[in-house]
Design a protein around this ligand. Structure first.
Ligand SMILES: C[S@@+](CC[C@H](N)C(=O)[O-])C[C@H]1O[C@@H](n2cnc3c(N)ncnc32)[C@H](O)[C@@H]1O
Length: 315
């Protein structure tokens, strides 16, 4: 058990992620989602003196943690940036096409969820913010105050699969005419009132909070940008490892990896193409993986994790 795990921080699917990265001691790696550095520390422990690790996080608190925790670690560098800026930042460091492995552990970190002030959780009352990067963009409260009713409905339906999206959007719209929604408790209460039937074992606000978080942070747009840029960032045989936490994320990752790994054998036989004419850019490494039974018991958050690995071609 690492120090981090002893302190209650549990990096999800750590062994599987490290195996997927196939770390070379003198390689260059990226942790696109530093969080509290659980995966970063494991990567560093496998690198030799010439290895390098570049970490990203769009949350300044995560970056401050990295600067403190990794102080004096010359093989490590951290940037306060969304990973959607991946290729610019890698290019500035002269590492384009030289990255041997890129890890992305999507979603929010435990400190973000646990901090009432950040507004990610409906379990405690706090300001309705939900931004991972509080230095830019609109908070959830600002977005709910200014978005069209139809856009709110669409977001709740698309990103939360919320069956009462229309009723909730209408209630939000009516409420904001009177006074703005500013706290997580106000929003939760509104959702409870607007939902005619409750699901067993699930807070009625769960889907709405997930949807708003995805919208406020443009989470799906960020994943698409990261994946497109990963191809130019990775070295030949470089590994791409992504851990997703819900089907909206995993669908994007799965489709991207599959579409860039299409083999000539997958095409109809009457299409006159040679393998050289249609080189695939990725090779899939194994199937999608889930957390082990032991990890599920130790860390319930790993329940919804899905890990996928692909390798940059020519391999
Ligand atoms: C699940 S946590 C990562 C935990 C980390 N692997 C660990 O072991 O501590 C996700 C982290 O990624 C960050 N993050 C999410 N989306 C991001 C993005 N588009 N760009 C940069 N960081 C992002 C969040 O701020 C959060 O700190």
């Amino acid at each position: 058990m690492t120090d981090l795990m002893a302190s209650g921080h549990y990096p999800v699917m750590l062994d599987e992620a490290i195996e997927g990265l196939a770390i070379k001691a003198d390689g260059a790696y990226i942790d696109a989602t530093y969080g509290r550095g659980g995966h970063s520390q494991a990567i560093l422990s496998r690198l030799g003196a010439n290895g390098r690790l570049l970490a990203f996080d769009r949350d300044i608190e995560a970056v401050l943690d990295a600067r403190q925790r990794m102080a004096g670690e010359s093989r490590f560098d951290v940037v306060h940036s969304a990973f959607g800026q991946l290729s610019d930042i890698v290019n500035e460091r002269g590492l384009l096409g030289k990255i041997d492995g890129l890890l992305c552990d999507l979603g929010v970190s435990s400190p973000q969820i646990d901090s009432t002030e950040r507004g990610f959780s409906f379990r405690a009352n706090g300001p309705l913010d939900m931004r991972m990067d509080q230095s830019r963009g609109m908070s959830a409260a600002q977005w709910l105050q200014t978005a069209a009713e139809e856009d709110i409905r669409q977001v709740l339906f698309d990103f939360g699969e919320e069956r009462y999206a229309r009723r909730i959007a209408r209630a939000i719209f009516a409420r904001r005419e009177v006074s703005p929604l500013t706290t997580t408790a106000e929003l939760r209460e509104l959702v409870i009132k607007a939902s005619p039937k409750k699901e067993r074992h699930k807070d009625p606000a769960t889907r709405c909070f997930q949807a708003l978080r995805i919208q406020v942070n443009d989470e799906l747009g960020e994943i698409r940008r990261l994946l497109e840029q990963a191809l130019s960032v990775l070295a030949p045989a470089g590994r791409l490892v992504v851990i997703s936490f819900h089907s909206l994320e995993d669908r994007i990752v799965k489709r991207f990896m599959r579409s860039h790994s299409r083999q000539i054998d997958d095409l109809p036989r009457d299409i006159p193409l040679t393998a050289q004419a249609m080189p695939s850019q990725l090779k899939l490494i194994g199937k999608a993986r889930r957390a082990s039974q032991r990890e599920l018991e130790e860390n319930p958050r790993s329940r919804s994790a899905i890990l996928r690995v692909a390798e940059r071609c020519p391999c």
